[in-house]
Design a protein around this ligand. Structure first.
Ligand SMILES: [Zn+2]
Length: 108
């Protein structure tokens, strides 16, 4: 019994590329489409989340707009850290007042 199963080296880069397409990578790894979603669970004053009752993955939930948003993750703390980082980056951009390039074409 010397047969070894070799995993080709290109599998992981492929998986990472797919990860950009939301939950697709999770589906491939867990075989779950997250169709059975719990009611929103309140985490703290700021965040709520929904849980897939099949595989246990979580996603942040916006109570104001009553919809889930952001990436999927098994750790709610990671999701919150991700969301906070996103908001911090957004706030930084506002403070720096970096405006998108506006084409001013004044031909008067
Ligand atoms: Zn799931």
């Amino acid at each position: 019994m010397t047969k070894k199963s070799k995993v080709p080296g290109w599998i992981w880069p492929l998986g990472l590329a797919v990860a950009g397409a939301g939950s697709v990578a999770t589906v491939l790894l867990r075989g779950c489409w997250h169709r059975k979603i719990s009611w929103p669970v309140r985490h703290d004053d700021e965040y709520s989340y929904i849980v897939c009752t099949n595989c246990g993955i979580k996603r942040l939930f916006d109570e104001k707009y009553f919809r889930e948003f952001g990436p999927y993750d098994y750790e709610i703390e990671d999701l919150i850290a991700h969301d906070r980082a996103k908001h911090a980056a957004h706030k930084l951009r506002l403070e720096k007042k970096v405006k998108p390039a506006i084409v001013t074409n004044k031909s008067a």
